[in-house]
Ligand binder design. Structure first.
Ligand code: ATR
Length: 296
């Protein structure tokens, strides 16, 4: 009998790897009374469907695109301090008539970096992109006191995000700009986090480096080689494909690389802990995700 109900709300949602990942984690812990399913929920149905889940006795939900910001406008949840600052929620916990909201995306990214052996304390972080994913991750590093440089195709968006983070976290080493000084920004960075859709779908053959202007007589490979710091870490939050063009190019120039798969897994593992108070088996979750990716 299912008594612990969980799920993910998104639109579209059919591609989601979360059901496989969480189902495997529940099963590994012998939690046969738990079930996790994906639900296609339109933006205009979000509030009503979350309230219905509460009425139906759900214990927890994940929210994905396009609901992470929208749920805060619905005025039915209590976000924790970090989720409120970021303005995005990916995890809901139903408890004693309350709906609590959390953002485990950024902590998932941090856990992925740590698991890969990347030391983040005091490091200079370069974020590429200024959308939703960039926002959560930049806020986290801003809050932790790292120097954060956010660069985006649309410079204004990066500047605005950086100013907001500096304002809300009190960290004055957060700045934003466009791609025009990208090579110099790269030369400063210890950890580069790629958050745009470059490298996936119709942009599969494009990397961030392709967006930077080459000085006369220089090749892209030369520029990457000479500007990437020794021991730099290149992190692409894309996980399908598992190795984007950006990661291939960074690796060739000597960077340590990681993709978004472990971020996906750790954001899920952190949500799992919030819901159940138990640590899921990350290896089991990884196997389930790899298996799901193979079928794509
Ligand atoms: P997400 O929530 O996944 O971060 P998003 O909020 O739509 O998605 O943000 C998409 C990000 O990818 C933005 O930073 C966007 O840059 P702009 O703000 O200039 O639009 C970036 N992006 C998308 N396509 C891009 C491209 N072809 N070249 C460079 N950046 C691109």
């Amino acid at each position: 009998m299912t008594i612990l109900k969980f799920g993910v709300f998104g639109y579209p949602i059919s591609h989601s790897l979360s059901p496989a990942m969480h189902t495997a984690a529940f099963s590994a812990l012998g939690m046969t009374d738990a079930a996790y399913e994906a639900y296609a929920v339109l933006p205009e149905e979000l509030k009503e469907k979350v309230l219905k889940a509460q009425a139906d006795g759900f214990r927890g939900l994940n929210l994905t695109i396009p609901h992470k910001e929208k749920i805060l406008e619905a005025g039915i949840i209590k976000p924790d301090a970090f989720a409120e600052k970021v303005g995005a929620v990916n995890t809901l916990l139903f408890n004693e008539g309350n709906i609590y909201g959390f953002n485990t995306d950024a902590a998932g990214a941090l856990a992925a970096l740590e698991q890969a052996g990347a030391d983040t304390a005091g490091k200079k972080i370069l974020i590429i992109g200024a959308g939703g994913a960039a926002r959560s991750i930049s806020f986290l590093f801003g809050e932790r006191g790292n120097a954060v440089r956010i660069i985006n195709r649309t410079a204004e968006k990066a500047k605005k995000l950086a100013a907001e983070i500096a304002d809300k976290t009190g960290n004055r080493h957060v700045s934003g700009g466009g791609f025009s000084a990208g090579w110099d920004d790269l030369a400063q960075a210890d950890i580069i986090i790629q958050t745009t859709e470059l490298g996936m779908g119709k942009y599969e053959d494009v990397s961030f480096f392709d967006q930077l202007e080459l000085p006369a007589g220089k090749t892209k490979d030369e520029m990457i080689q000479t500007h990437l710091k020794n021991k730099a870490v290149a992190f692409d939050i894309v996980y399908n494909p598992q190795e984007t063009k950006f990661l291939k190019e960074a690796e060739k120039a000597g960077a340590k690389t990681l993709n978004g798969m472990m971020m996906l897994i750790y954001q899920g593992a952190l949500a799992f802990e919030i819901w159940t108070g138990r640590k899921p088996d990350v290896d089991v979750m990884t196997k389930a995700v790899l298996n799901g990716l193979e079928k794509k």
